[in-house]
Design a protein around this ligand. Structure first.
Ligand SMILES: CC(C)(COP(=O)(O)OP(=O)(O)OC[C@H]1O[C@@H](n2cnc3c(N)ncnc32)[C@H](O)[C@@H]1OP(=O)(O)O)[C@@H](O)C(=O)NCCC(=O)NCCS
Length: 149
C-alpha cells in the first residue's frame, strides 16, 4: 500500500474530492445508503462555513478525511473518517493529530468532539491522544486541553 500523506484540502477540487467519503461516512453511520447529492450538499456547506478539511491521501486516492472548526475559545472536530479497507493502519490517528496541531497553532485552549459509546475505534483514537471522557447521553464528550503548549 502507498504511504499516506495528510494534507489540508484547500482548493475547491480538493474539498469536493471528499464527497464519496462523506457519502460512505453518513451511510455507515445511519446504516442506509445516503444519496450523493446529500453528501455534496454537506460538503458545500462545510466550504461555505469555512470548515477546516484534511485529506488522507494514498497516492492519488483520498482514503480518509477530518473536518473541524474553531468555536469560541476551542476547536471542535466534526468528524474523522477512514475508508474501511485502510483502517487500523494509524490514518485516523494522523488525521486527529493534524487537527490537534492546527488547533494549537490557532491558540485554541482545547479541542473537543462527541463520540458514541459503541465507536470503539474512535474512542481508541481519542485515548491515544490523551483526551478526557465525560459521559453525555449515549456517548461521551471528549476534550483535550491545549493549554500546556
Ligand atoms: C474511527 C476511525 C476514523 C479510526 O480510523 P483508523 O485509521 O482505523 O484509526 P487508527 O488506525 O489510527 O486507530 C484505530 C485504533 O482503534 C483500535 N480498534 C479498532 N477496532 C477496535 C475495536 N473494535 N475495539 C477496540 N479498539 C479497536 C485499533 O486497534 C487502533 O488502536 P491501536 O493503534 O492502539 O492498535 C475509523 O474507524 C472510521 O472511519 N470509522 C467510521 C467513522 C467514525 O466513526 N468516525 C468517528 C467520528 S469522530
Amino acid at each position: 500500500m502507498s504511504t499516506v500523506v495528510i494534507k489540508r484540502a484547500e482548493t475547491d477540487d480538493e474539498i469536493l474530492s471528499i464527497i464519496p467519503l462523506k457519502q460512505s461516512d453518513d451511510s455507515e453511520c445511519i446504516k442506509q445508503q445516503v444519496p450523493e447529492e446529500v453528501a455534496l450538499q454537506r460538503v458545500i456547506e462545510w466550504r461555505e462555513m469555512h470548515y477546516d478539511v484534511w485529506m488522507a491521501k494514498a497516492g492519488l486516492d483520498v482514503v480518509g478525511y477530518a473536518v473541524g472548526k474553531r468555536q469560541d475559545g476551542g476547536y471542535r472536530s466534526y468528524g474523522i473518517y477512514v475508508e474501511p479497507a485502510h483502517r487500523n493502519r494509524g490514518i485516523g490517528t494522523l488525521l486527529k493529530n493534524a487537527q490537534i496541531e492546527h488547533a494549537r497553532k490557532c491558540y485554541c485552549e482545547y479541542i473537543w468532539s462527541n463520540v458514541s459509546e459503541n465507536n470503539k475505534p474512535s474512542i481508541r483514537v481519542q485515548e491515544k491522544h490523551g483526551f478526557e471522557f465525560e459521559r453525555s447521553g449515549a456517548g461521551y464528550v471528549v476534550t483535550k486541553s491545549l493549554k500546556d503548549f
